[in-house]
Design a protein around this ligand. Sequence first.
Ligand SMILES: CC(C)[C@H](C(=O)O)[C@@H](O)C(=O)O
Ligand code: SF4
Length: 467
Amino acid sequence: MSPKTLYDKIWDAHVVHEADDGTCLLYIDRHLVHEVTSPQAFEGLRMAGRKVRAPEKTIAVPDHNVPTTPDRVNGIENPESRIQVEALDKNAREFGIHYYPVNDIRQGIVHIVGPEQGWTLPGMTVVCGDSHTATHGAFGALAHGIGTSEVEHVLATQTLIQKKSKNMKVEITGKLQPGVTAKDITLAVIGETGTAGGTGYVIEYCGEAIRDLSMEGRMTVCNMAIEGGARAGLIAPDEKTFEYVKGRPHAPKGAQWEAAMAWWKTLYSDDDAHWDKVVTIRGEDIAPVVTWGTSPEDVLPITATVPNPEDFEGGKVEAARRSIEYMGLKPGQKLSDIEIDTVFIGSCTNGRIEDLRAAAEILKGKKIKDGIRAMVVPGSGLVRAQAEEEGIAEIFKQAGFEWRLAGCSMCLAMNPDQLQPGERCAATSNRNFEGRQGRGGRTHLLSPAMAAAAAITGKLTDVRELM
Ligand SMILES: CC(C)[C@H](C(=O)O)[C@@H](O)C(=O)O
Ligand code: SF4
């Protein structure tokens, strides 16, 4: 048998039919659904008189629009948001799919809930009408976003029409320096490859620095594969993966667990598998980073200065000029001199327990700078409960952070958590596009520890100075 990559293996195991031009029909093991991209899909089914083909493999949770304040169960003010959440509620109940409503402690961001509940397992195909579905690739699952018409197709047939991507390997060798986290890895990779570097590929992340990451860290890395242009990102499962999965509510049990493990242990790229593209970065060379512009590739070590647009090539000169202008910065200005107004810790990139622990470690016994608005939005109700149990919530509150309920929140500002025009935010999320966190708002992406450091000093700060 010819050697295969992990992606090849999962792909081959899910092909139901292959057409002459190579287009395939893939079987889908898990379909995750949120309120923004599903209403029309369910409506399409209803109009065609169809059912959900595999309701037991379909999981719905509202996350993007839900307010994160304690009174949220009483209703959502914004009519568009309310309609989407109510539609999901109605559709989930009517079509009999798994559902975590807004007042259920298991509710949270779909990409945090899936792994937490054991829906996401190694070797699976996982789709969701959401670009950050790549997060689930951390388990060695082939996971990616789909559009609303595809959501309808998967609901109706439990299959998806796909063409195979090429194989790309991103290897992070050796150890990380103190203060450097999974978020710094994933941003540094995009800094190296650019936002189009992964276009047409599925990325497998490997190397010692990736192996050393916890499952939470691996999810952070895979989460941003899409920002690097890739179809999906994945990491071969290992003992850490199996350990994380074992005992989760929907993980296999008993004989089924044994059978699953037999398959999961074959899920790695063969030694001489073919890679269409390889990128290698030394873990020691990665610094705590922060974005200065309006694209995730606009990223530099916190010790750097705002670049000069003239230093870029071709079309990037104009893009950099526009970024710097929108961000209200000056070329040559030290990144660590940039003052911020707001800190947001949360999102499917960095809203897991380990992220909150990392931020709390920096905040312990300290107060945030006067005048800074800072909020923590745990990625799920269970993350929130665990943080409360561990005393982390108390550290955040004592420091001056608002302690919120789970949702996407200020990651994309579809709910009331928004930046005001001109406000500058240190954010642990994954997109720094113009106005992403509220019209006219400015976003600097960074790790949870770096966000905590910024909250204390009121400016972008090298977390290593506070360690
Ligand atoms: C609303 C949704 C379709 C969108 C996505 O697909 O990523 C959102 O989650 C985002 O992060 O911008
Ligand atoms: S947390 Fe942000 S990136 Fe993740 S699904 Fe929600 S809006 Fe998208």
